[in-house]
Design a protein around this ligand. Structure first.
Ligand SMILES: *[C@@H]1O[C@H](CO)[C@@H](O)[C@H](O)[C@H]1NC(C)=O
Ligand SMILES: *[C@@H]1O[C@H](CO)[C@@H](O)[C@H](O)[C@H]1NC(C)=O
Ligand SMILES: *[C@@H]1O[C@H](CO)[C@@H](O)[C@H](O)[C@H]1NC(C)=O
Length: 391
């Protein structure tokens, strides 16, 4: 390498990051990173100085990918009759991508209190597409899906505040796109898997990306963000762990897939207690709906229902969505005060604008055969990242 090239490279690496907007994130300084809008990743204590026994244990139940009738029925079955300590019905969070999604059902789920989050437009294969996607590609995929969810399911822009990367393949460009969305900064990302460190301090709590994260980077292909994203929350995807403390899976589907209801109830209960018996960091049940359809049929549903009922019966356990978790991280309440905490009350949401009978079932043959149900008019084209309105 000649001198000029090495000087040029040197300038790229040294000069570029310090020029203007993109300063590398610094190690977290707990004296500077203060609530409500900043939290260090290293801090594994409950927020607001709460002791674990006074901390509400949160469970978040999240589902990925497209949303269709079959899945709608499964989620109804899962949450049937489940209520939080303030009597509000338990609901889940849907990370929705576009192909095959029924937006009439998204609108219906939203009206029932579900949190609707962004999971890109195409969710395309292979995973390396996302690894290599540039800022503009991420931005079109992320802002595009937000636009689609708003336009075709009537979810307000400011209620779509969370994101999960396809295949959990998060990158720096992805965080940049979340940080600079044209609809305003996202509130949280939920793409970053994390093993539990069994040192007695408990699993990692949600934190902000103002400072350098101490969360482990999953692999070479997933370099952790090096820049600072003030006020953007990372809700760690805490992995399910095996009895010997090795990793079981980031999503429930991956963890002992051939198990039966007994095996599954044990996995869920044991992992829940890794949270409940230590620092009460939020416990995630992250899955694809196909998890419930895997043989032995009905066993996965049975185990999940039994587990949730068991947990709610403890009396200080709540089933909430990530944005409700962040509202509480910013304004922590103990187990008693939680019952009247405004962000945890049953949300009042508009009814869907149409019924199944009056919805439109739009049909497209380009770029391939797609149906898309919505309460709005069918757009002339199937929506895409660069044409989310389908015009
Ligand atoms: C994130 O957005 C803030 C403005 O809200 C900006 O100051 C900061 O530079 C952005 N960071 C990156 C890495 O884009
Ligand atoms: C969704 O559809 C688009 C357009 O046909 C395609 O490029 C993309 O790969 C599809 N995604 C999946 C996950 O099949
Ligand atoms: C469930 O699987 C476990 C482990 O393979 C086995 O020991 C148990 O007998 C099974 N239970 C039922 C009801 O099939």
């Amino acid at each position: 390498m000649n001198l000029q090239v090495s000087l040029w490279l040197f300038s790229l690496f040294i000069v570029q990051p310090t020029r203007g907007q993109f300063k590398p994130a610094q190690p977290c300084d707990p004296d500077k990173c203060l609530p409500p809008n900043c939290r260090c990743s290293e801090d594994r204590r409950p927020p607001g100085g709460l002791t674990p026994d006074k901390t509400p244990q949160i469970i978040m139940v999240t589902f990925d990918d497209d949303y269709e009738k079959e899945y709608f029925d499964l989620y109804n079955e899962l949450f049937d009759e489940l209520h939080n300590p303030n009597n509000c019905p338990a609901v889940g969070t849907l990370f929705v991508c576009h192909n095959y999604t029924d937006y009439f059902l998204v609108e219906t789920a939203y009206s029932r209190g579900y949190e609707i989050s962004d999971h890109t437009v195409t969710h395309q294969e292979p995973t390396t597409y996302w690894e290599n996607a540039d800022y503009t590609e991420w931005k079109n995929e992320i802002d595009g899906q937000k636009e689609i969810l708003h336009r075709f399911a009537n979810v307000p822009y400011d209620k779509i505040v969370g994101f999960r990367a396809p295949y959990l393949m998060f990158t720096e460009n992805m965080f940049k796109a979340l940080n600079t969305s044209k609809f305003g900064k996202f509130t949280y990302d939920l793409s970053w898997p994390s093993n539990i460190i069994f040192d007695g301090k408990g699993p990692i709590y949600p934190y902000t990306l103002d400072y350098l994260s101490s969360q482990n980077c999953p692999s070479e292909e997933e370099p952790c963000p090096k820049l600072s994203y003030p006020g953007l929350w990372e809700v760690p995807n805490v992995n399910l762990m095996n009895k010997d403390h090795s990793t079981c899976g980031s999503m429930m589907d991956a963890c002992d897939p051939d198990g039966n209801a007994t095996v599954w109830l044990e996995i869920l209960t044991r992992n829940f207690h890794y949270h409940y018996d230590t620092n009460r960091a939020p416990f995630g049940m992250h899955m694809h709906p196909s998890f419930f359809l895997r043989p032995p049929t009905t066993d996965h549903m049975k185990a999940a229902k039994q587990f949730l009922k068991y947990a709610l019966d403890l009396g200080d356990v709540w089933i909430l969505t990530p944005s409700q978790i962040i509202a509480w991280m910013k304004d922590p309440q103990d187990v008693d005060k939680a019952k009247t905490f405004a962000p945890w009350q049953c949300p009042s949401r508009p009814k869907p604008r149409c019924t199944e009978a009056t919805s439109n079932n739009c049909h497209y043959t380009e770029p391939q055969d797609f149906y898309m149900r919505t309460c709005t008019e069918c757009p002339p084209h199937f929506p895409s990242p660069t044409d989310p309105d389908g015009n």
